[in-house]
Design a protein around this ligand. Structure first.
Ligand SMILES: CC(C)(COP(=O)(O)OP(=O)(O)OC[C@H]1O[C@@H](n2cnc3c(N)ncnc32)[C@H](O)[C@@H]1OP(=O)(O)O)[C@@H](O)C(=O)NCCC(=O)NCCS
Length: 150
């Protein structure tokens, strides 16, 4: 028997992939963004999308806004069927490398204080707390602002 090892690979997302990206976003979030929103964002200056692919299948997405020497993760997610295998950490690292190459010095993101899994991922990846935004999310939860110096 021949064993095939499939490794996940990061590729830039274009606005042409917005339907696929929106479908994955809907598997990751309770309040997903539409394909039209992704199409507009991915065609915008200063917005960068990274897709994590396993073979031809999109299993992770990260959307980033970069301005001058700062950047922000707008959204990041891994398909529920592929979590807890290091894919999130891999995509986060690829996102950091991407913005580092653009000249970013400080990278930001916001995460719900109720999102234990994501908080643990960011903490183990060296992100630091900058403070809270009170009642930031629709469910009334606070957002923790995190940053990482690159
Ligand atoms: C957050 C998310 C991207 C993590 O993806 P993932 O592929 O499961 O993450 P990894 O497998 O790389 O895990 C990285 C670390 O986080 C931990 N972790 C990930 N999800 C976890 C969970 N739900 N509960 C507890 N720990 C979790 C892992 O144990 C691992 O820690 P360790 O390496 O120190 O042991 C994924 O759960 C997701 O898409 N969630 C829904 C969307 C979301 O909340 N995005 C973040 C918004 S800010």
């Amino acid at each position: 028997m021949i064993a095939f090892e499939r490794t996940a690979q990061c590729r830039h997302l274009s606005h042409a992939s917005s339907n696929e990206v929106a479908a994955l976003h809907a598997r990751c979030f309770d309040h997903p963004w539409s394909a039209k929103e992704f199409e507009g964002l991915l065609a915008s200056t200063g917005i960068y999308g990274l897709g994590l692919y396993l073979g031809a299948g999109l299993i992770g997405l990260s959307l980033i806004r970069a301005i001058l020497d700062e950047a922000e993760i707008l959204t990041i997610g891994i398909d529920p069927a592929h979590r807890h295998q290091g894919m999130g950490a891999h995509l986060l690292k690829a996102s950091e490398s991407l913005v580092s190459g653009l000249g970013t010095r400080r990278f930001f993101l916001e995460v719900s204080v109720r999102n234990d899994g994501a908080l643990r991922l960011y903490q183990s990846s060296g992100w630091q707390s900058e403070g809270l935004r009170k009642a930031y999310y629709r469910d009334g939860s606070d957002a923790r602002v995190l940053s990482k110096l690159l």
